[in-house]
Design a protein around this ligand. Structure first.
Ligand code: DX5
Ligand code: ZN
Length: 214
């Protein structure tokens, strides 16, 4: 089952409640919330108080993507704020296994993300424990970047490892996903597709989501 997770990074931040309603009404399964700290990535976006406010106006699944250093310091506050899935970057932390347990103990599903330049070997020991691996198909920091096609092989290898070992683990992709690239990542084995500019930049969000779902 393919799930679509529009990224509110490309939404109008002055009207976030409406922007979230727009994509959930249009059929999106998740709402992808990009948290950037200005250190792990050059940009700064939003923190847990914003998630807490959005939780009051939406019962959508909040898929929180932490692009922050020391993610272990942020988990409880995002969980309390109403996150459903919390994903941290392998490159931003030392004790991956401990952080996965910490996320689960907070009541959320746990994901680990890999930058395009990071090997799959970083997550192999965690596949039995994580709910999701996020393969970045751009370098994180900004919306609207070009899809990096070398990541398709990585997605494919991850898919086969998960199948062979019969793990219960989703594969999410994030960056440069549109109607064309979504086809490639779906074929490679991804099942949760993040899309920012391709959904929020489209005249009709429902149509864009349908095209990405394929
Ligand atoms: C990139 C973010 C993405 C971004 C995707 O750092 O993690 O979620 O919003 O935007 P598009 O779909 O425009 O590449
Ligand atoms: Zn993201």
């Amino acid at each position: 089952m393919i799930k679509i997770a529009p990224s509110i990074l490309s939404a109008d931040f002055a009207h976030l409640a409406d922007e979230i309603r727009k994509v959930t009404d249009a059929g999106a399964e998740y709402v992808h919330i990009d948290v950037m700290d200005g250190t792990f990535v050059p940009n700064i976006t939003l923190g847990s108080p914003v998630v807490q406010s959005l939780r009051k106006v939406s019962d959508a699944v909040f898929d929180v993507h932490l692009m922050v250093e020391h993610p272990e310091t942020q988990i409880e506050s995002f969980a309390k704020a109403g996150a459903n899935i919390i994903t941290f970057h392998a490159e931003a932390a030392k004790h991956h296994h401990r952080i996965v347990q910490q996320i689960k103990a907070s009541g959320c599903k746990a994901g680990i993300a890999l930058n395009p330049g990071t090997s799959l070997a970083m997550v192999e020991e965690l596949l039995a424990d994580v709910d999701m691996v996020l393969i970045m198909t751009v370098n994180p920091g900004f919306g609207g970047q070009k899809f990096i096609s070398s990541q398709l092989e990585k997605i494919h290898m991850l898919y086969h490892t998960i199948q062979d070992m019969d793990f219960d683990c989703d594969i999410e992709v994030d960056g440069g996903i549109n109607a064309e690239t979504s086809k490639l990542v779906r074929q490679a084995g991804a099942n949760i597709l993040v899309a920012g500019s391709a959904v929020y930049g489209a005249p009709d969000a429902a149509e864009a989501i349908r095209a990405i779902r394929g």
